[in-house]
Each structure stands twice: as C-alpha cells, then as structure tokens.
Design a protein around this ligand. Structure first.
Ligand code: AMP
Length: 453
C-alpha cells in the first residue's frame, strides 16, 4: 500500500488526490485505509500534520455512493469551529469530481438559520462541533438515524473541553449499528473510557508517537531571565524578516497573548488568537496569517491546535508549556508534509524543569543558543513573576498536576550542570503513580486521585 493506486480508490477520488499534488499516502493513511474501508471500528493515534484528516476521509469517501436522500450518512465531530471549517475544506478538495453534499455547522452569531436551511436541502456529510450538532438534532431539523459512519476528530481535545456529555447525548440520536472512527493526538484514560463504552473491538493504529519529534524540525532553545527579557529577545529575533517569515508564537495564557501583542514592535504584521477572542476575530486572524498578510501569529495552545496552516517557518514557544506533550504538538505545526521547520523554546529559570520534562519525553536535549549580544536583560518583572509559584497555565483548574521534576525551587544552578542521562517521561510518571501510564494521562490521574479523596 505504498501508492494511492494501491488503495484502488475510485478514479474521481484519485484525480483529486493527484490534483492536490500528494505523491504517496502518509504512514497513517497507509495504516488506516483498509481497516476503515472494511467497516471496523477504528482508533487512530496521530498528530495533526501526519495527514490524519485524509486518512479517514479517503475510505469514507470511497464508500460513499451517490444518493438523493436528505439525511446525512456521515457525521464528523470536531472540537473547534476552525477545525470544522478545515475538514469541510479538505472534503471539498477531495470531491471536485464527485457529487457529495457537505455542510459544516458550528456555533456563532446568527448562522443557525442558514445551517437549518442547508440541512433541510439535503446533505451527505455533516461536519460539526458537538454542541451545535446536538442543538440541531434536538430541534429535530437534523435527523441522525441514517448515520452509517461517525468520525470523532481530536478526541482528546474534545474530552478536555468537557464535551463528553454532548457526545453521549449525540450518540443517543445515532443508530446503534454504525461504524465509529476516532482520531486523537494522545491516548488518555478518558479516550480509553470512551473507547470502552462505545467502540466494538476497534482496530487501533498509532503513528508518530507523541514523544517523537518530527525529524524535519530543527530545535533550539534560549535560557531567558524573565517575561520582559523574552519580549526583548523576540523583538530582536523577529527583526530578521527573511529568517522569520511565518512565525507562530505560543503563549501559555490569554493574558500573555494580549500583553505580548501590545509589546512586540511589529504592528500590522501581527495577529493574535485565543479563546477569549470573538469567532470573527479568530477567523480573520487565521486567514491573515495563512495568506501571509500577517507574518506573526500569537496563539494559545488549545486554540492553535488542529489548525492547518502551511509553510510555518518557525514555531516559538514563548512560554514553556506545562504539559510536555503540548510542546510536541506545538512544534508539529512546522516541518509539515515534508517541509523543514524550526522550533525555538524560551525558558526562564522557573520553566527550566518543564523544559527538562519535555527533553525527557523526547529523549533529546534541545540545543541551547547563547544570549545574543546587544539584547537587554530586563529587570522589570511581570505581575505573575512576582513571588508566585508557576501554575499549569494550560489547565488552571488542575493546579495540583505538576510533572515530576517540575519543582520550582530548583533553579538556574541546574542550567549550568553538564547534561546527564535523562529519565523518560513515562519513567517519571511510573515513579510518581506506581504503575506504567501513558503519556497524556496525568491530568486524568490527577482527576482520578481527586475523585478518590
Ligand atoms: P492533517 O494531519 O490532516 O492536519 O494534514 C496535514 C497536511 O498534510 C494537510 O495540509 C494535508 O493536505 C497534507 N497531506 C495529507 N496527506 C498528504 C499526503 N499523502 N501527501 C502530502 N501531503 C498530505
């Protein structure tokens, strides 16, 4: 199964794949095509950037015959509106020679009426966020009894967003006899639970284990004293417009996103997105960045994950992510589909243990760059740097979850030590929890611990 011809896909699909310029199937596409086409329940563990969307779309479209029936036969659920839009686009790109009616539905000001109208007009594939799909099903406009295939994309984010109840509610409307297809970047106990509850003997394929950095990404790091020094360093680096022509900057919090947007010197060249921004703003920001109108996009993890933007030259982790897996997700935004990319990580002394946790997970020490001459080390401290311990910024409600090694009393003396053999992330977790757990499970373990109390 090394070529798309080996898949024996119909000519109309093959022509579209050729038009897209895809030369051969990616590993996840090779792994999933036959199993999904055979009708088995399927779980794919694959990151964004591996070609996972096409991996489920190809067999689904191969199996979809022309029909005039009004009710959809395929339901794809995705956690964010951005991802819904992107999946619809991918379907459209794959079906210019096929007669497929696809509709994307998601929340947002005043679009439910047009979505209702489109549904009544008849659709084959519905792509939507759980809340909107549920609302439409509840109002009886959307009839889900004809669904033959259910795809849940980015299951781990979905469950992290707290969509489990919505998912279960939607399942109530679906026929019991259906094919379930799930894709997740990480395995977590919640994904496991969902699989146990709703899937029948699923075929499971794992591609690009989340601890394995993509080889096409050059990684670098800078030890930085504090927030304002990071701003100075970033202003210095981004002044080189050739080297940094499409830069995605990850920050840990909305506050950092907004503050950084104010402090960087690049005005109209920048956009910012986080979950506190209106949908319209987010869509425009992504469009501007994707089209190259803006060179720099500042984003938080959850909102940026799943967004497919081509040719990002550099991913900068302005804040070291609290959960090591998020670093892998971040850097996966560059070096995509055969291109080379660069990742730069900034870490303050407080964040250094987090960087070490990332290195433990990857079994790779990120090369350190010297502090560039002429860049000022700031003495001013940001409010959150003043005598407060570091918080898990990506999941503020889960304060007790600290990866092992993330003690915030150990400080910069550690930086100057020669590198010693690193414990893997799973070893550390094993020590901590006394049993082997998978990457990505720690939030759930913490929750389970809390529940037991
Ligand atoms: P995804 O992991 O689904 O977000 O896909 C990442 C990117 O890879 C998308 O821009 C796809 O269009 C692209 N892509 C998917 N499959 C292939 C392939 N077989 N060859 C080249 N690019 C691909």
């Amino acid at each position: 199964m090394n070529t798309f011809e080996d898949f024996k896909i119909k000519k109309t699909l093959l022509r579209a794949v050729v038009d897209l310029g895809f030369e051969k199937p990616s590993p996840i596409q090779q792994e999933s095509y036959s199993a999904i086409l055979a009708g088995a329940d399927f779980v794919g563990i694959a990151q964004t950037g591996t070609g996972k969307t096409i991996a489920y779309l190809l067999p689904v479209l191969q199996d979809l015959t022309f029909s005039e029936q009004a009710n959809p036969r395929v339901l794809v659920l995705a956690p964010t509106r951005e991802l819904v839009i992107q999946i619809v686009e991918q379907i459209e790109k794959l079906t210019p020679y096929m007669n497929v009616r696809v509709l994307g539905v998601y929340g947002g000001s005043g679009n439910i009426a047009s979505q209702r109208k489109a549904i009544v007009g008849g659709i084959d594939i519905l792509v939507g966020t759980p809340r909107r799909v549920y609302d439409l099903a509840l109002s009886k406009v959307l009839r889900l009894q004809s669904i033959k295939k259910l795809v849940i994309d980015e299951v781990d984010i979905m469950l992290d967003f707290g969509y489990k109840t919505q998912l279960k509610n939607i399942f109530e409307y679906l026929p019991a006899k259906r094919q379930n297809i799930m894709f997740s970047a990480t395995m977590t106990t919640y994904v496991d639970e969902l699989m146990d509850e709703f899937l029948v003997n699923p075929v499971k394929k794992t591609i690009s284990i989340s601890g394995t950095p993509l080889e096409s990404i050059q990684q670098e790091s800078y030890a930085v004293q504090n927030f304002y020094s990071k701003v100075n360093l970033l202003n210095h680096l981004l002044a080189d417009k050739n080297a940094y022509h499409k830069v995605l900057i990850f920050v840990g919090t909305r506050i950092h996103a907004d503050r950084l947007f104010e402090l960087l010197k690049f005005g109209a060249e920048m956009s910012v997105i986080h979950s506190g921004k209106e949908q319209n703003h987010r869509t425009k920001a992504i469009e501007k960045f994707a089209s190259g109108t803006s060179r720099i996009l500042i984003a938080t993890d959850v909102i940026a994950r799943g967004i497919d933007i081509d040719k990002i030259s550099t991913v900068i982790s302005f804040d070291t992510p609290f959960y090591p897996e998020n670093y892998i997700h971040r850097i996966g935004r560059t070096g995509r589909a055969g291109q080379t990319g660069k990742s730069i990580l900034f870490h303050t002394p407080k964040e250094t243990p987090l960087k070490e946790a990332i290195e433990g997970l990857m079994k790779y020490t990120i090369p350190a760059n010297p502090w560039p001459k002429g860049v000022e080390v700031a003495t001013q401290l940001a409010p959150e740097e003043q005598e407060k311990p570091i918080e898990p910024v990506e999941a503020p409600q889960k304060k007790s979850a600290k990866p092992k090694g993330a003690s915030h009393h150990e400080k910069s003396a550690k930086n100057s030590k020669p590198k010693v053999a690193k414990k893997t992330y799973s070893d550390k977790m094993k020590e901590k929890f006394g049993k082997p757990i998978r990457r990505g499970d720690k939030i759930q373990n913490m929750k389970a611990k809390k529940r037991k109390k």
